[in-house]
Ligand binder design. Structure first.
Ligand SMILES: Nc1ncnc2c1ncn2[C@@H]1O[C@H](COP(=O)(O)OP(=O)(O)OP(=O)(O)O)[C@@H](O)[C@H]1O
Length: 331
């Protein structure tokens, strides 16, 4: 892929050739380099120094400590040319330490996507990265996975192309701990499908199916998302989103199944957490709404809304209520 197709996203997706140590110099050292377990950093870089008692190995860590460790705890280090590898399945020495090290090194350069065989690992950057623009989507269209840097759009495009060519249903599964970025990445994938399915048509027409899918998600978030200790907008239910396309790849319909809403949150919340966003949105609404629903504006007047916190930083409930209202009316 010509990286210029990616515009400013290129620097966040693929490294410019790194200067590597001369091969001879590394080849010798390489065999002595290893990872050993470390309480603080999980693994620390070390060099073999010799054999110790009971079949143990003596190593010197990068911070100068001499350790005697069991042989099975020592993990071989990959040569430096593997440092920023885009598919971890290609690592010569594939183990926990090398996976963590690769992900860390890439994340330090804000490269949040890395392949691991068929999987695409994504690390939450907790900041907006300029890697989701329309030009980036266009650059990934029709590319094979090996042709372009790892990206959630590559996963989306592969599924889309396979659907069109093989005429088979495709599924994308998002899994990870709370706050990992499942919802955000699912939205990017849906945006990609919607963009591909409407290419060449006037953009963002109000009322189109693409727009409706986007909006319905936001309504669901008002009723099914809440602040937790790990995520200010945590989805407290599972979703199975189905998008249907016609033979030419145009979006024809969509539906969403919802599973396992965390019902207990409605009557009780942990310290530092909140009930579902919608309750606080209603309480921050106008007086007419309060009169109609016989509620006050103060969450602490309501037992079920005041176990934890009432406000979320950078979240304006009054503004969100207006947005929820507009979206609900349009349905
Ligand atoms: N790719 C990303 N770029 C920027 N910010 C991100 C990205 N992914 C996640 N985030 C940030 O992390 C927050 C949590 O992400 P998200 O809600 O997607 O997690 P989740 O895995 O769906 O969590 P939960 O299981 O609790 O619903 C988002 O609100 C957003 O602020």
């Amino acid at each position: 892929m010509d990286l210029s197709e990616l515009g400013e996203a290129a620097t966040f997706l693929r490294t410019i050739e790194v200067e590597l140590l001369p091969p001879q110099a590394t080849a010798l050292d390489e065999k002595k380099k290893c990872w050993v377990p470390d309480d603080k950093n999980t693994y620390v870089e070390a060099t073999f120094k010799g054999s110790g008692d009971d079949g143990k190995i003596i190593v010197e860590t990068i911070d100068g400590k001499s350790l005697c460790v069991k042989e099975e705890e020592v993990q071989r280090m990959n040569p430096p040319e593997f440092d920023m590898i885009e598919d971890m399945a290609m690592l010569t020495h594939l183990h926990e330490a090398s996976v963590l090290c690769t992900l860390k090194r890439r994340y330090e350069c804000w490269m949040i996507y890395t392949y691991s065989g068929l999987f695409c690992v994504s690390i939450n950057p907790y900041k907006w990265l300029p890697v989701y623009q329309k030009e980036v989507m266009a650059a990934y269209k029709g590319k094979r996975r090996s042709e372009a840097p790892p990206h959630i759009f590559a996963v989306a495009d592969n599924a889309f192309q396979d659907m069109l060519h093989n005429r088979e249903n495709q599924s994308v599964l998002f899994t990870g701990e709370s706050g990992a970025g499942k919802t955000v990445n699912a939205k990017h994938i849906m945006q990609y499908f919607a963009t591909m399915a409407t290419m060449g048509e006037p953009r963002e027409k109000p009322g189109t199916l693409e727009e409706q899918i986007k909006q319905v998600n936001l309504i669901l978030e008002a009723f099914g998302n809440a602040k937790t200790l790990r995520n200010d907008n945590s989805s407290r239910f599972g979703k199975f989103i189905r998008m249907h396309f016609c033979a030419r790849g145009k979006l024809s319909s969509a539906d969403i199944n919802i599973y396992l809403l965390e019902k207990s949150r409605v009557i009780s919340q942990q310290p530092g957490e909140r009930n579902y966003h919608i309750f606080y949105q209603i309480l921050s609404g106008k007086k007419e709404l309060h009169d109609m629903l016989l509620v006050s504006e103060n969450p602490s007047d309501f037992h079920f809304c005041s176990y934890g916190v009432a406000a979320v930083e950078n979240l304006d409930d009054a503004e969100e209520l207006l947005a929820t209202d507009v979206r609900l009316i349009s349905y």
